[in-house]
Design a protein around this ligand. Structure first.
Ligand code: FMN
Length: 359
């Protein structure tokens, strides 16, 4: 089950970076949902390599083919299979990595686990695996939109450059207005300069992606092991290079007292809200009707064009300098991936909640 996520809305991804194709099977999507290839392609284009000067220059058009489960623009209720053929494999860039492990990449750990590894392009540890997630996420977003839920992610920090983003007001257009995907234009410019100078120096940087889901009604989630924030954490942290997760006030909340931190309830015409939202829209594992707010930390890209110590597959000391085409900062391309993972978890819990309604 290592490649499957979800209870009622289930996705299974497949494919290696330099194999024939990558893709996904979506099972449990309700019938008669209008969905077009263009809507799925829109999300894949936001994830695509080569989209700007600060992403990997691997040339992939990432054109999606829907193989099953959709007829005349409507879902059939049957498994939806989607595939993207790999085009620009350059395995020779990885020749040295066949016998040497990239520091902080998955090469060593995969060999310890399986005793075999698709060394070219990082195999399944490559961010190409997320194509299936983003394609499935486009369908999940469409389903969520039909009940008034929208999921928006954005770059909040790159290294120590931080943008203050209003989660109640941020729009997709603001996020897509620059290649960093930071909706604060001045900060985006600073981030861009930093990423470009880091790339020229053969180095990499990380940062934080913020995400908000607006319109989620109170009552989605589960009370114990499948708490909504637990499922969100698992899904988001399953993204490559993700090293931290916060919901609502997160670690910052530890600096406040209970009096400062509590979200007080108020009712307006019997409608309950909390003017503050330090809970991030989830209490007891269940949504409370406020926007769901979360943050995900992404580390600096492992493969860098600088020589570092490592070991060979024979466990001899050596050095390695990265080659090939890599993202100097994974954040801009990770934005649609975070949105997809959040949408997939929310749609699963939406269906789970409708399954327990008797009237
Ligand atoms: C959008 C995105 C792009 C990435 N691009 C690269 C890359 O070009 N080079 C690289 O070494 N790692 C890249 N990664 C990260 C690796 O896939 C990841 O670090 C590796 O699989 C090890 O897993 P871990 O960092 O989660 O432990 C990328 C991750 C994301 C989310």
């Amino acid at each position: 089950m290592a490649s499957t996520l979800g209870t009622l809305f289930r996705i299974s991804t497949f494919g290696e970076s330099h194999g024939a194709a990558v893709g996904v099977i979506v099972d449990g999507c309700p019938p008669r949902l209008p969905i077009s290839v263009e809507e799925i392609q829109f999300e894949l284009d936001r994830r695509r390599p080569g989209q700007s000067k600060i992403t990997t220059q691997r040339k992939e058009s990432d054109q999606v083919e829907i193989l099953s489960g959709v007829l005349d623009g409507l879902t059939l209720g049957t498994p939806i299979a989607m595939v993207v053929r790999n085009q620009d494999q350059r395995s020779r860039d990885y020749d040295e990595m066949k016998d040497k492990y990239r520091p902080s990449h998955a090469d060593f750990a995969y060999d310890q686990k399986y005793g075999i590894r698709a060394w070219s392009g990082g195999g399944r540890a490559s961010a190409r695996e997320t194509i299936g997630r983003v394609a499935a996420g486009a369908i999940a977003k469409k389903l969520l939109a039909s009940v008034g839920v929208e999921v928006i992610a954005y770059v909040e920090t790159v290294q120590s450059i931080r943008a203050e983003i209003d989660t109640n007001a941020v729009t997709v257009d603001q996020v897509e207005a620059n290649i960093v995907r930071c909706p604060a234009p001045e900060k985006a410019e600073e981030m861009l300069e930093l990423i470009e100078s880091i790339r020229k120096d053969g180095n990499s940087v990380g940062g934080v992606i913020g995400c908000v889901a607006r319109g989620v009604p109170a009552g989605w989630g589960e009370p114990v092991f499948d708490k909504l924030e637990a499922d969100l954490a698992k899904a988001v942290m399953s993204l490559p290079a993700c090293k931290g997760f916060e919901i609502g006030s997160g670690f910052g909340g530890t600096l406040l007292t209970g009096r400062e931190h509590n979200d007080e309830y108020f009712a307006t015409n019997k409608h309950v809200t909390t003017p503050t939202n330090r809970s991030g829209g989830i209490q007891g594992g269940i949504s409370n009707g406020m926007p769901i707010t979360l943050r995900a930390a992404f580390k600096p890209t492992a493969t860098i064009m600088s020589e570092q110590h490592t070991v060979t597959t024979e466990h001899e000391n050596t050095t390695l300098k990265g080659r090939g085409r890599h993202d100097p900062c994974v954040l801009p391309r990770a934005v649609p991936m975070v949105e997809a993972m959040v949408a997939l978890v929310l749609v699963d819990h939406m269906l789970r909640q409708s399954a327990i309604q008797v009237s």
